[in-house]
Structure formats: C-alpha cells, structure tokens
Design a binder for this molecule. Sequence first.
Ligand SMILES: [Zn+2]
Length: 262
Amino acid sequence: MRILLFALMWLGIPTSVWAEVELTRLTWAGIKLVHEDSTVFIDAVGRDLWGGNPPGGDLIPLEASTGRRYALVTHVHNDHFDVDSLRVVLGERGYVICHEDDATYVASRGLRVIPAKYWTPIRRGGFLFTAVPAVDGMGDTQVSWVITVDELRLFHGGDTLWHGGLDLVGAQFGPFDLAFLPVNGARVLRDPMPETPASLTPVQAIDAALMLRAETLIPIHYGLDNPPYYREVADAIPSLLDGARRRGVSVNVLDPGDSLRR
Ligand SMILES: [Zn+2]
C-alpha cells in the first residue's frame, strides 16, 4: 500500500482517499481498528475477568471517538464478548456483528446486531467484514473474520482450533497483510484434563499464517496460565518466535495498548 501511495503522490493524484488505518492491540484477543469516522472492535473485552491481573499487563479500556462503531465477535464466550463494555462504547448507534446463530443471543443482551452468514461480506463504515469458518474448542459456534479496508486485508482468528479450512480461506482471501492468531494452545479443565489444546499452539499458528499467506502474524490470546482450570503452553511467545524464524514467517509481538498504522 505504501508503494501505491508514493506512486500516486508522484503522479500528483490525491491520496486522501487512502486514509491510514490505526490498529491497536487490546487486552487478550482484542483488536481495535480506526479508519476515518469508523471504529471497529474485534473480540474486545474491557472488563477485568482476571482478578486484577490481566494477561499482558494493564487492562485496556474500550474507547471510541468516531461516529460509526462496530464490534465484531468471533464467538460469545465472555473472554471474547463483553456485553457491559460493548453497551457503553457502542451506545445507541453502534452494532455488534456476529454469526447469525448467535444473533438472537446478542440481541437479547440489549445490543443492536447485524447477523453474518459464512462467506458473505458485510459492508459498513468503509470496511468489508466476512465471517469464515472456525472451530471452537468447546464446540460452540465460532467464526474467524476477514476484514478489508482500502488495500489492507486482515484476518482475526479468535481462539480457533486448528482446522483444514484455513487453507481454503488463504486461497480465497489471501494474501493477508496481518493475521491476528491465538497462540497459547490452551487446555481447559475437564476430568481428566485433556492433552489436546483448545486453541492454536505456536506451531499451529505458524502453519495457519503460512496457509493464510499472511505477511505478518500478530499473536493474540496468550499470557494466562491458571492451573488446574486453564493451562497454556509454556513459553508461547519464545516458541512462536523460534518456530517462525525457522520457517520464514514474520511475527510482530504487540503488547496490549500498542498501536501501528498501515
Ligand atoms: Zn478464548
């Protein structure tokens, strides 16, 4: 996109139509995008679910100053769908965008909802949002989001399990500029505790980034180990960086609150 901007400037063509997108990592799996008069939250949680010790440091509050506001959710587990904070930040005019199977539930929580079908783009506020299949570790409905704005193409993987459909999404929508992928390989208490993770491990996230044809992987959904209820892989980020170096995948680790512009 930057090369395109330089080319347009060199030709004397106004570049203001390609306004920047500001991306901010929020707490846990949350991401915030701001573009022109729209703010888009994805899996944004502003409420302390972690007893005063949120993963990655400070709890990042959900704030927006634009007229248009949207909140995409991959699924309605409380670490991805924060009803109280969304009610405040979306106000009277904002929308939650979720898979159609979750729409009745989201509406019942007092939120305005736009239901999404798989593979069917929704155009709002200069963005295009497309729900694509994901697999939830608890067996609930979960989607991943393909988000395009101007020339920028993003993927948000919630806390999906590994699945072969990632290849299809990469073929259909790739290459992606950025892929936000869970990396903590979480195991959630059952009796007996499973050895199979309920979200992507670092190794699987690298394979996912390769299948999605992502230029850069940004890890999300890590930094919480709470035995015996919730166990994540040891050293999620060092093993991600190690594996990514070995396999030629670019990783950008953002702490909650860190922003970048594209
Ligand atoms: Zn989760």
